[in-house]
Design a protein around this ligand. Structure first.
Ligand code: BGC
Length: 546
């Protein structure tokens, strides 16, 4: 058991490993990963020292958005296995001391969900109001200017009801109407269903999209200089609006409170995904304030397109301290929606190691996306290999999300990297990934994989790093520094986030170097620390060294 396991606050500072089930491990040779594949590889996940596993959606789905379009919230898609297989996931994870967080996609369903099928029948059916239906304007055009992230208007005309329905993502992902109390009740039942099956928490997809403006007001335009593409690619006109009315509505808080009430007796934790290019951190502050909303929100700031420097990281952390002082962030560099960070930021091996160490020293929880611990790069795929509708829509300026979703590589010599014995997996395994397989990395003491294990272990060894306050945030040139403090333990952290060697002075006091296995620097007799490029310096205050 990890030492956080029995803690009611287990989520605070936890390290969460994200599994994208389609691409983790195939156990039945159909070229698609599944739940029994996750069971098989669970010891590997546990060997990283993480606290929890987040499994992207495995529910019944027509897979238009690869599981983020759910047609039955309370069952497993046959492609991934069965409810019995899910029980095995829970049992195996718990036996290894891992918490299980599942990915609930409550903002929208698939258009094949029975709720939507019923709702779209014309005239006064029981689920009439379960989705966001609206009449056309007198000229037949959609009711307002809202846009879908995946391209085009957020409204789709339905010929049965002769009305438009709202979809923030694909046309086949109609948006549930959270203004309807029966919808909220049904979704809370979904959460109860999985809590009863033993899950320890949720990753909640797109929580700031739950409620829309009941008056359907137009979003105002954004000035070109204010556009920011952290959640939608630069070529997407979704970035041209200030999303005041299609999401981020205050009524969402009421639902989050009810959901937290359902979770409380189970000691479950949630990380809510907040996608908003302008107000993401402020919304995180709103959703994680106090004890009756979300414990954590998933932040997009470190999923940025360009490599963050010391000033950028300090800026983000200072803003969090200001607008979400009472809240808790969950950081990630990579996930199933963005270009893998090794490629996105063009990281060398020392830089990748330093960013890993940095993540484990930041205040917040941390999500690691499968394969990043191997240093996997973004795969380059041919248009014919694309599966992601988002990429197909915006190709070639934006190539979609398939490049980060290619299968995990377990073995070097196996054609599909040990992922599947099928002739052709659902996405190809890039040849260049084979040299980064788990098998190869295990045998190489210098591999990034071991660095991840050591960095996670350091975070667990020092509660100040996992749970502490973050003080004295400084960015001077390319050096970022701060202190983490928790119940008398104090750790000083500095990171040389650049290519040149630098010298820093330790804060006043006596310090003991820790994290030497992470290449953390020693102080000289004069108290100065020489930092080589991409080198961290992590020091424990001796008064707290016990
Ligand atoms: C998920 C995406 C998904 C979208 C719609 C998200 O932010 O991470 O993969 O396409 O929500 O459900």
């Amino acid at each position: 058991m990890t030492h956080l396991a029995k803690d009611r606050d287990w989520w605070r500072g936890a390290v969460i490993y994200q599994v994208y089930p389609r691409s983790f491990q195939d156990s039945n040779a159909d070229g698609i990963g599944d739940l029994l594949g996750i069971v098989r590889r669970m010891p590997y996940v546990a060997s990283l020292g993480v606290d929890a596993i987040w499994i992207s959606p495995f529910f019944t789905s027509p897979m238009k958005d690869f599981g983020y379009d759910v047609s039955d919230y309370c069952d497993v898609d046959p492609m991934f296995g069965s409810l019995a297989d899910f029980n095995a996931v829970i049992e195996t994870a718990h036996a290894l001391g891992l918490k299980v967080m599942i990915d609930l996609v409550l903002s929208h369903t698939s258009d094949e969900h029975p709720w939507f099928r019923e709702s779209r029948q014309s005239g006064g059916n029981e689920k009439d109001n379960w989705y966001v239906w609206a009449d056309a304007k007198p000229d037949g055009t959609p009711p307002n200017n809202w846009l879908s992230i995946f391209g085009g208007s957020a409204w789709h005309w339905d010929t049965r009801r002769c009305q438009y329905y709202l979809h923030n993502f694909l046309v086949s992902q109609p948006d549930l109407n959270f203004h309807e109390p029966a919808v909220q009740d049904a979704l809370l039942d979904v959460a109860r269903f999985w809590l009863e099956r033993g899950v320890d928490g949720f990753r909640l997809d797109t929580i700031n999209f739950y409620t829309h403006d009941a008056h359907l007001r137009d979003n105002p335009p954004l000035a070109p200089e204010d556009r920011n593409s952290t959640i939608a690619p630069a070529v997407n006109p979704y970035n041209h609006q200030h999303h005041l009315y299609d999401k981020n509505r205050p009524e969402t808080l009421e639902f989050l409170r009810k959901l937290r009430g359902v979770m409380e007796p189970y000691n479950a934790a949630a990380v809510g995904e907040v996608g908003d290019a302008q107000r993401g951190l402020e919304i995180m502050g709103e959703y994680t304030a106090g004890d009756d909303l979300m414990q954590m929100c998933y932040a997009f700031e470190l999923l940025s397109g360009t490599q963050p420097g010391a000033q950028d990281v300090a800026g983000v952390m200072e803003k969090v301290a200001r607008v979400a002082a009472d809240g808790w962030a969950c950081w990630a560099y990579s996930n199933h929606d963005v270009v893998r960070h090794i490629t996105r930021w063009g990281l060398t091996s020392p830089a990748a190691k330093m960013f890993t160490t940095l993540m484990m020293c930041l205040r917040g929880s941390a999500c690691i996306y499968q394969g990043e611990e191997l240093g996997l790069t973004e795969a380059t795929l041919a248009f014919d290999d694309l599966q992601d509708p988002y990429g197909i829509e915006f190709w070639p300026e934006f190539k979609g999300r398939d490049g980060c979703r290619t299968p995990m590589v377990w073995e070097r010599s196996n054609a599909n990297g040990g992922f599947s014995t099928a002739a052709q997996p659902w996405l190809p395994v890039p040849g260049e990934h084979l040299q980064h397989s788990v098998e190869t990395a295990e045998a190489d003491p210098g591999a990034l994989l071991h660095h991840y294990r050591r960095a996670i272990a350091l975070r667990h060894a020092h509660r100040a790093l996992a749970k502490g306050d973050m003080l004295d945030m400084h960015a001077e040139g390319q050096v970022l520094s701060f202190r983490r403090v928790y119940q008398g333990e104090e750790v000083f952290c500095a990171f040389n986030m650049g290519e040149d060697a630098v010298e820093i002075t330790l804060p006043h006091g006596d310090w003991l170097p820790i994290g030497l296995e992470l290449n953390s620097a020693h102080a000289g007799p004069d108290g100065k620390v020489h930092l080589a490029h991409w080198q961290p310096c992590i020091m424990l205050h001796t008064a707290s060294a016990g």
